[in-house]
Design a protein. Structure first.
Length: 237
């Protein structure tokens, strides 16, 4: 499988680990740059404009979570976090800061490459695919252009947020379980918490709803999961 020269920036303070990641990604066809601290990661991300960023959480000068926080205010570049922390709160914190996916150490380099492929595919950096424009009320989800608009205004979404929203938009009114959304949005088996979906929906509500506490579009189906309202103006929260 080719990666059409997608540019990947790897930030890891362990030279041996960074070299291993670089070798596997280059073998898969990616153009890879490596830095070893958080400040350099921010600088290089701004200069190189990579298609995807791999961040180790524990780095000197600026840690990976702070790098994610800074860059997410400037860009929607897909971010894959590498972490030795495996608690639910740590993972949800990273997602809330804008990370798209996590790998917990120790991990398989082949799984890392699979995650990179999936993130780029969702972001549109590895080629286009079939899709269309789904409209519900004032919300438009265009899977060809990879755009979200609310009342005509462009809404910036991370690749993971877009994937979850696109799944819901394909079948308005259908209630999806969290596991079904994980499978359809992320496209391959990997460790993920059901609350990962909760975190993405929470962030989408902040961006799309007038009052995130009383959503009109992204509705909770208690005991099941979530659905996109078929008629936001006529549907009670």
């Amino acid at each position: 499988m080719t990666a059409v020269s997608a540019r990947v920036l790897v930030a890891d303070d362990d030279p041996k680990q960074a070299h291993l990641i670089r070798s596997y990604l280059e073998r898969d066809g990616y153009a890879v740059a490596v830095v070893h601290d958080g400040r350099a990661a921010i600088e290089q991300a701004r200069q190189r404009q990579p298609d995807l960023l791999i961040l180790d959480v524990m780095m000197p000068r600026v840690d990976g979570l702070d790098v994610c926080r800074v860059l997410r205010t400037e860009s929607q570049v897909p971010i894959l976090m590498l972490t030795a922390r495996s608690t639910e709160d740590d993972l949800l914190l990273g997602l809330d800061l804008g990370a798209d996916d996590f790998l917990t150490k120790p991990y398989s380099p082949r799984e890392l490459v699979a995650r990179v492929r999936a993130l780029l595919r969702r972001a549109g950096a590895a080629g286009g695919g079939a899709g269309g424009c789904h409209r519900v009320g004032d919300l438009e989800v265009d899977t060809l252009r990879h755009e979200v608009r609310m009342t005509g205004a462009l809404v910036e979404c991370t690749p993971a947020e877009f994937s979850v929203l696109a799944c819901l938009a394909e079948e308005p009114g259908r209630a999806f379980t969290r596991q079904a959304l994980l499978t359809r949005a992320f496209g391959f088996d990997h460790y993920a918490l059901d609350r990962t979906i909760d975190a993405h929906v929470m962030k989408l509500r902040r961006k799309l709803e007038r009052n995130p506490a009383e959503p009109r579009y992204l509705l909770t189906v208690y005991g099941v999961g979530y659905k996109l309202a078929e008629d936001p103006d006529g549907t009670a929260p």
